[in-house]
Design a protein around this ligand. Structure first.
Ligand code: FAD
Length: 491
């Protein structure tokens, strides 16, 4: 048929991966078309992920924080929450950011085609156009011809097959809708997304249960940190069920009745429980099977991921993929970095710019943060991972009970933990391999540990860097000094 658009690069998906790739490619002088089925740019992260969850978590954190002032003789009356206004506030936050993205696309002359994109060949995409606030199809189709494509179609929440279709069963998108506050809520899956949403609902008044198949909450984080998080958060929960599977659920007039089974020998599980709200947060599945990748010859794994090399190139040389669709960790900051690599490689190839064409994704580490209260943040190796890999580490553990700032804040439950290479080859000057923190603002501080790992810093580099006093960030320098064996006095 006829070609409606002809471009250097077409990007499928307008999330953090997609818009970052489109903007970078346009900045590098390429003609870019971005295909997005929804009305706004921003993808999961801005519309139903990172940003709305943080808007709500900020409110929850302030509500919780004022309770810590009671020891200082300051007591607030119980908060009055207007749930509709709170939801409206969250929508405004989203609107500001997605509106900004629309402007940035326009400034860069990125053409946005609204609709479902599907490959029809290794040089053509057909877009089934959509309109309105959702994804209503207009019936009109457009053909985009491209030199290169970047697939950034993201992921979506996994739904357990036996969960009833019922308004009282939601995924993270439904939970962010925040229609009302349930009395009893079950979080299915004890990962970051479930625990963040649980924090919001619990602060607003819900009692929580959580069920997790693995042997602990927040898999991936150091157990020393999670232990402290769990102790601080115990009052929110009636039941923390680990090593436990959810095996059935039934919609009843009283609520959603959920049954459990041991995921491991020797575990006892409760009788079926009834909840006003069940949040499914058991992981996300990539959208790789939904873009007719086979028509372009792009290989998609059984699970729907698309494999790429360090230049973010798929098995088809002119087609790249980035973000959640290429694998774990499914995080926005990873998607953005991968996006820049793909755009730079393409620009370099089209323009004969060797330096750009040689771009590659070679981050050593990608930090993770649970924006709960307290926050948990980690990057690089954990102690368990080091042990499993047979790497000898020297650890520096700095309890915030010795941090002037944390004590002054009335929040000294935190811990900063750093791990340094202690193998014989390191000769006692081992580089930092990983680190984590539990405590208020941990997420804002973990970037320093990531930088230290990227720079190959050792205990002296970090410990002798003068951190301002009194700050929570000092705990990073202190932890390094502890690992060095030189920390004796604390502020
Ligand atoms: P997505 O953001 O999923 O975007 C993909 C886009 O592609 C979507 O807009 C979709 O509509 C579009 N699309 C898909 N298929 C097609 C098609 N065929 N045609 C046209 N358009 C299509 N990450 C963090 O780093 N920090 C956080 O705090 C954080 N919090 C989160 C909280 C929640 C509740 C959730 C669910 C996720 C959170 N994440 C967070 C993860 C983060 O949202 C994702 O890692 C990130 O959005 C991935 O970006 P992406 O560009 O790969 O894909």
């Amino acid at each position: 048929g006829t070609v409606d658009f002809d471009c250097d690069v077409v990007v499928i998906g307008g999330g953090p991966g997609g818009y970052s790739a489109a903007f970078r490619a346009a900045d590098l002088g390429l003609k870019v078309v971005l295909v997005e089925r929804y009305k706004t740019l921003g993808g999961v992260c801005l519309n139903v992920g990172c940003i709305p969850s943080k808007a709500l978590l900020h409110v929850a954190a302030v509500m919780d924080e004022v309770k810590h002032l009671e020891v200082a003789g300051v007591k607030f009356a119980a908060p009055e929450v207007n749930i509709d206004q709170l939801r409206g506030h969250k929508e405004k936050v989203i609107g500001k950011l997605t509106g900004g993205l629309g402007q940035m696309a326009k400034m860069r002359k990125v053409t946005i085609v609204r609709g479902y994109g599907n490959f029809v060949s290794a040089n053509h995409i057909e877009v089934d156009e959509t309109t309105g606030d959702g994804q209503e199809k207009t019936g009109s189709k457009k053909i985009i011809q491209f030199k290169n494509a970047i697939i950034a179609a993201g992921s979506q929440a996994v739904h357990l097959p036996f969960m009833p279709k019922d308004p009282r069963v939601v995924d993270s998108t439904g939970a962010l809708d925040l229609k009302e506050v349930p009395k009893r809520m079950l979080i299915l899956g004890g990962g970051i997304i479930g625990l963040e949403m649980g924090t919001v609902y619990s602060t607003l008044g819900a009692r929580l249960d959580v069920v997790e198949m693995m042997d602990g909450l927040m898999q991936g984080a150091d157990r020393d940190l999670v232990k402290i998080w769990q102790k601080m958060n115990a009052p929110r929960f009636d039941n923390i069920m680990v090593n436990t599977k959810t095996v059935g659920a039934e919609a009843t007039p009283e609520g959603i009745k959920v049954s459990f089974a041991p995921a491991k020998d020797g575990i006892t599980v409760p009788e079926p429980q009834t909840y006003d709200l069940v949040l499914q947060a058991v992981g996300r599945t990539p959208n790789g099977k939904k873009i007719s990748a086979d028509k372009a010859g792009v290989a998609v794994t059984d699970r729907g991921f698309i494999d790429v090399d360090i230049q973010m190139r798929t098995n088809v040389p002119n087609i790249f993929a980035i973000g959640d669709i290429v694998g774990q960790p499914m995080l926005a900051h990873k998607a953005v970095h991968e996006a820049h690599v793909a755009a730079e490689v393409i620009a370099g190839e089209l323009q004969g710019n060797k330096e750009l064409a040689a771009a590659a994704f070679n981050a050593r580490v990608i930090p993770s943060v649970a924006y709960t209260d307290p926050e948990v943040a980690w990057v690089g190796l954990t102690e368990d991972q080091a042990k499993a890999q047979g790497i000898k580490v020297k650890k520096g553990l700095f309890p915030w009970a010795a941090s002037g700032r944390a004590i002054a804040n009335g929040r000294d439950e935190g811990v900063t933990k750093l791990l340094f290479d202690d193998s014989p080859e390191a000769h006692g000057h081992g580089r930092i391999l990983g680190g984590g923190m539990v405590g208020t603002h941990a997420g804002d501080m973990i970037g320093e540990v990531a930088l230290a790992i990227e720079m190959g810093a050792d205990t002296v580099d970090i410990g002798k860097t003068i951190h301002p006093h009194p700050t929570l960030g000092e705990s990073i320098g202190m932890a390094a000094e502890v690992a060095h064996g030189s920390c004796t006095d604390v502020p």
